[in-house]
Ligand binder design. Sequence first.
Ligand code: F6R
Length: 635
Amino acid sequence: MNQVTTESQQRERIRIQIYDTADEASCTLAREIAELIRARAKAGRSVVLGLATGGTPVRLYRELIRMHREEGLSFANVVTFNLDEYHGLPREHSQSYWRFMHEQLFDHIDIPASAINVPDGMVPRAEVFAWCRAYEQKIKDAGGIDLQVLGIGRTGHIGFNEPGSGADSRTRLVTLDSMTRRDAARDFIGEANVPRHAITMGVGSILDARRIVLLSWGGAKARVVADAAEKPPSEALPASFLQQHGDVTFHVDRASASELTRIKLPWLVGPVEWTPAISRRAVVWLSRQVKKPVLKLLDDDYTEHGMTDLLTEQGPAYILNIRIFNELQHTITGWPGGKPDADDTHRPERAAPHPKRVLVLSPEPSDDVIGMGGTIRRLVEQGHQVTVACQTSGNLGVPDEEAASYADFMIELEDSDAKGASNTFVRKIRQQLDEKSAFDIDPPELRRFKGALRREEERAAVRACGVTKENSVFLDLPFYEQGRYRQFRIGDADVDAVVALLRKIEPHQIFATGASEDPSSLPAICFSVLRQALEKTRGDAWRRDCRVWIYRGASGIWDIAEIDMAVPMSPMELSAKIQSICHHKSQRSQTPARSQQAGEAWQQAEQHNQSVARAYDEFGLANYEAIEPFRQWME
Ligand code: F6R
């Protein structure tokens, strides 16, 4: 069942279906599940589903709920087994998978409570082994899993089977990988709060399912999806063991498919149409493969790497090399808003008008300076009217201790001033902090307080880039203020707020992020709000003269072949950027040891910008200290 059917898929040892959107893919799986449930119900039998948590299956669960409400799909004959649970978290904990499953699915359908099985995070250590065996036995007694839904972690884990997990591993207690804990840090408001252990079904337990469907969205998972499907199975990447199962399908969106050989390096698996984009990608890849700068690539290098037809069409090598060299050279500019009065034929941004009205959208405070702090500063220095707008307040990302120390500071000030009127608001905040535990949902006042804290950090950060207080805007979009991670839902009010801002500024340039990230991530949701706002303003006159640039977010892989504008930074500019990121104090790691491990946002930004500069250098272009990359977005 797993064998692939077309030449271009020859490297894939697993059937992979690529969809334009995560919604489409989720609906396809929802339909498959619904058919299975209905067929079994007709035959008077039950269905056993294996379920996953995390951001990935949220859309699938929403569609199943919709089918239940609108199409009468009943779950009365369904039994479920969840893959995993954090060890040490009680059911009621806001981040427990038990609670996640109830909030995202079970509370909204007619599944009997007795048919729901989620590993128990509170089993005492000494009893875990016996408990896990009993869980496996229960799956067997239920008839085995008919259909197992999986997500995939950036470590290549399925369930919580981290690298090192064998193909025959069974349900057990595991230690979480540091990357997995970092990925969960946002949910737990800091990595230090993420549990270190979990109970998970093993790879072997998963492979026992009769059918397996793995879902993956966003560019951050692209590498691991390609490796799982194309590399020989190995414990280094547990998802690769899925190749050993006879009936597995991966449903992925375009961003998650982007590292598959047939998409990324299609000339290796069959004839291709050598479009400018593919030619550029191929030459960049070849230069890296043979470790030579582009201008030194020989005809033989091309022919030995399956690119003879590219040479025939566009060669010889030295002509092709020079052309691609020039193309990449032209992406580099110290004038991100366009160079006034200069010939802009080969520049990424047009010269006129100058100055430009520029709108930088930041999903949360800090995304802007992390992604493009150097470029914001350049734009301001070069005379453009730069407005930086935070789409959300980011208040969910502020740890309680941080809020408490600000509240204490304010109370202390008041107390030391005998004449000071008692600020009841701050005292109320202090009381709320005292009364809640770290994972209780924050009351509205506390969210406001935390939001104000992030506003001040943001103002300081963008001020360091030259942006005035008046040009630092906070939209506090309602979907965020009224929601929580994984529960956000965009409404008209969100889109209208961005439409109003666009119409007020009428920008010549918009800088945004999140275009190819996991759709459940905050940057992707914020980008979706922008996209809808652009849709609504399509007919406006200013739109004819407006370009949208995407800056890179915290995750995802950008090959230099995909960069449309590269803004270099000197060592001094890079340290100025780092300083502005550091103004976001509430986002710094809470544990000093962590900062040694390159986990801080500023360290990641520095490393990323330097690695882009290195890639340009290795390709044979200029050797800069660091580069901020951008892609032009086409509607
Ligand atoms: C969750 C699970 C994990 C997730 C994976 C991806 O039950 O088993 O393997 O599927 O970590 O997480 P998200 O979907 O949040 O990217």
